[in-house]
Design a protein around this ligand. Structure first.
Ligand code: FDA
Length: 309
């Protein structure tokens, strides 16, 4: 892992830096590349524009490790309102949520009850609730939460990270459930004891895991794989596997983040691939934004350019 990436990921956890950076206008200008705005309406407007380009969406309100149970009730209320707005606007926009937004750290039972509320509403509104994966200490708990949620409803999906050694086993455990799985490389600062330190190993593991989830037994079980990456070399390798095995849209979609690889997003859709773009919004964008910078340290120059423009 590069020094710059390590510094940026460590910075994402700094309260001091967060409080300063969120006020600097040049930082706010740079954030707008990856985020259409802070309000849910901004995200919904962007989702409407993407729909015009045949791209469906996933919406997520930024914020993690919230302070108390009260905040988490407000998060659940918020997403329920957003699901209503999605339906009113005729969008195909799913929801993605972090367990720590739903009081996971404070009260695990409350977290499950809030998730159930979201799943009930997702059923009414024909929607899907994705559970994001956070740093490695949350993986056991997040998978347990997902399994409980999956027993209750099939309107649920989970993100798994290819940089973790354990993910191969986690996938074998989850595949018989026939569920929605979003495969990502992983965005947190993890030690070499739990995660591949070299990017090329993460990339190869990603390919291997995705191919596993495209095997006939996984497809027959009802897996819906989200190939969530901007790595076009990987995307092309996986497209070849998808074609060869005749996997259809019922079992696979590509997923990318708003504002990243826009040209490639458009090309994929023009070539007939199903694509979802995850749109983030909300006021608490600092740690998330630092993770985006860490994914591509060249973005730091883009931030600095905004300082002088
Ligand atoms: P990689 O980092 O190799 O990037 C490939 C290419 O894409 C780069 O060379 C560059 O051109 C471009 N690129 C990538 N990131 C960029 C950026 N920030 N700015 C500009 N260009 C960029 N992680 C996690 O731990 N838990 C989660 O729940 C999720 N959820 C999630 C959902 C979706 C839909 C996506 C697409 C991603 C996530 N992630 C995530 C983030 C993920 O783990 C990973 O950090 C990023 O997707 C970057 O890795 P890539 O797979 O894109 O490859």
């Amino acid at each position: 892992m590069s020094v710059m990436r390590k510094v940026l990921l460590a910075g994402s956890q700094s309260v001091w830096l967060r409080e300063k950076a969120m006020r600097w206008s040049f930082v706010r200008r740079s954030v707008s590349t990856f985020m259409p705005g802070e309000r849910p309406e901004d995200a919904l407007d962007a989702a409407g524009t993407l729909k015009g380009a045949k791209i469906n969406t996933i919406l997520t309100r930024l914020g993690e490790s919230l302070a108390g149970a009260e905040d988490s009730h407000a998060v659940a209320d918020h997403y329920i309102r957003v699901m209503d707005m999605v339906a009113e606007r005729g969008l195909d926009a799913q929801i993605s949520v972090k367990p720590t937004q739903l009081a996971y750290d404070q009260d695990k039972e409350l977290c499950f009850q809030l998730l159930k509320r979201l799943l009930d509403h997702a059923k009414q509104r024909n929607n899907i609730i994705w559970i994001d994966m956070e740093s490695s200490e949350y993986v056991d708990g997040t998978i347990a939460l997902f399994k409980r949620g999956r027993e209750y409803s099939d309107r649920i999906g989970i993100a798994l990270q290819a940089y973790l050694y354990r993910t191969e086993k986690d996938i074998e455990d989850l595949l018989p459930l026939g569920c929605h799985i979003r495969l990502v490389k992983g965005a947190y600062l993890e030690p070499a004891t739990v995660a591949y330190p070299d990017k090329k190993d993460v990339d190869e593991n990603y390919f291997k895991l995705a191919v596993r989830m495209l095997q006939p037994d996984a497809i027959a079980a009802g897996t819906m794989l989200h190939i969530a990456t901007h790595d076009m070399a990987l995307v092309e390798r996986l497209r070849a596997v998808i074609r060869e095995r005749g996997v259809t849209r019922a079992n696979v979609e590509f997923a990318m983040l708003y504002g990243i690889q826009r040209g490639a997003q458009q090309t994929l859709v023009e070539q007939g691939e199903p694509l979802r773009v995850l749109i983030s919004y909300g006021e608490y964008w600092f740690p998330w934004y630092m993770r985006r910078l860490a994914e591509r340290p060249a973005n730091v120059w883009f931030v600095l350019k905004n300082l002088f423009s």
